[in-house]
Design a binder for this molecule. Structure first.
Ligand code: SAM
Length: 382
């Protein structure tokens, strides 16, 4: 096959992927996460090989990354515009390919529709544009594992950058074939890892305490923050709970791999949970809009309903107002969200100060300039 016919075939194949992406996008109505939806689409349409699946999925995400920008464009044009913006430079033949579709020259201006709700310290323009790129994959190196992790990554010929205890890799890197997950490293976004900054403030505040620190992680999921707390604070007595028993089953498996043995766990709704003890520290990594992570789930840019913000804020308020009853006098609350909305972040901590808690530190953990998630964390004292 000569060069010209191979290029023609390449574009034909690409164009058939654009068509399939178009069909998928028209059928999806935002009911389940898009990642689940497209997986089930491919399991019903077996003719697509793994390269096809990868490219069709990428094209769909390119469409969603534009949010509500370019309302005048067709779905096909939006897929192509999103794809064009997914790389900084294109070879000549691609430039002429895009040329045929009369794509707009101006940058997308309505990627993120809920700007009025953003926490004040967020740079709106930078945050909005960050949705055009898929975030990287981040690992947190566990204590005393630094040497083995960097040696294994080097000999596996994987592209990576290590900064202190954080490893950054391109998304999709096959790290589970190289590293022992949960024992050597934990898959954890960069901003989530930065919650350790607040745990370190907590550590400095309680250095006088002689007894083992009792901690309740009241929205524990599969235990990401609990493992972090164990790694930062070391000598702790851990209690974990979540409203979902299935996720606590994952936590148990993960804790076993992480070498965490002596802990209590129970399934409970934290708006009404009533543990039979009080705690030195309560970690409330509450259910939230997830708006700081939408570069990973960009379909939310189109499907998220604004009314959900108030619903999440109410649920968060119900959880924290119940759990703080289980703080020892002078005990601490570590409040965390992966939201960028003030109602879920600073407004919650401001309400807590009105209920008598002292704000020790709070911070929007900005990931939008790092190809990472954006989160919020606050440390408060009863
Ligand atoms: C943001 S996730 C926690 C992530 C976790 N801390 C980690 O680092 O892996 C929030 C969790 O809260 C749980 N949840 C939602 N509503 C709850 C409730 N009313 N009571 C307790 N847990 C709840 C969800 O099941 C979910 O696992």
């Amino acid at each position: 096959m000569n060069d010209q016919s191979s290029t023609i075939n390449h574009f034909k194949r690409f164009y058939s992927h654009v068509n399939t992406a178009n069909t998928v996008l028209q059928a999806y109505k935002g009911e389940a996460p898009f990642a689940h939806y497209i997986r089930s689409f491919f399991s019903q349409h077996k003719k697509f090989g793994s390269k096809d699946r990868k490219q069709i999925t990428e094209l769909c995400y390119c469409f969603y990354r534009l949010g509500k920008s370019y309302p005048q464009l067709s779905i096909e044009q939006k897929i192509l515009k999103g794809y064009q913006l997914s790389k900084k430079e294109w070879p000549e033949e691609w430039l002429s390919f895009f040329e045929q579709y009369q794509l707009p020259k101006q940058t997308p201006e309505n990627i993120f529709s809920f700007k009025d709700h953003l926490s004040e310290s967020i740079d709106t323009a930078a945050f909005e544009q960050s949705h055009l790129l898929q975030p990287d994959l981040f690992l947190r190196i566990r204590p005393r594992q630094h040497k083995v992790v960097s040696e294994k990554l080097q000999s596996a010929n994987i592209n990576f950058i290590i900064t202190e205890n954080t490893v950054r890799l391109p998304n999709g890197s096959k790290i589970d074939e190289v590293l022992i997950l949960n024992k050597e490293v934990v898959v954890q976004d960069y901003s989530s890892q930065r919650v350790s900054e607040l745990l370190n403030i907590y550590k400095s505040k309680i250095s006088h305490l002689k007894s083992v620190i009792s901690i309740w992680d009241c929205c524990a999921a599969s235990g990401g923050k609990s493992i972090l707390a164990k790694d930062v604070l070391d000598d702790i007595k851990l209690t974990v709970s979540d409203i979902r028993s299935s996720i606590l089953a994952n936590l148990k498996k993960r804790f076993a791999e992480a070498g965490i043995k002596n802990y209590n766990s129970f399934v409970s709704d934290s708006t009404i949970a009533a543990p039979d003890q009080k705690f030195d520290l309560i970690i409330a990594d509450v259910p939230c809009s997830g708006s700081g992570t939408w570069a990973r789930t960009p379909e939310q840019l189109l499907f998220f309903q604004e009314s959900r913000i108030a619903e999440y804020a109410k649920l968060q308020q119900n959880i924290i107002s119940n759990v703080i009853k289980y703080l020892k006098p002078g005990g601490y609350l570590l409040y965390i969200t992966c939201s960028v909305f003030a109602e879920e972040n600073e407004e919650q901590t401001s309400n807590l100060t009105k209920q008598g808690l002292e704000l020790i530190a709070e911070s929007v953990l900005k990931g939008y300039d790092q190809q990472a998630d954006t989160m919020f964390a606050a440390l408060m004292r009863a």
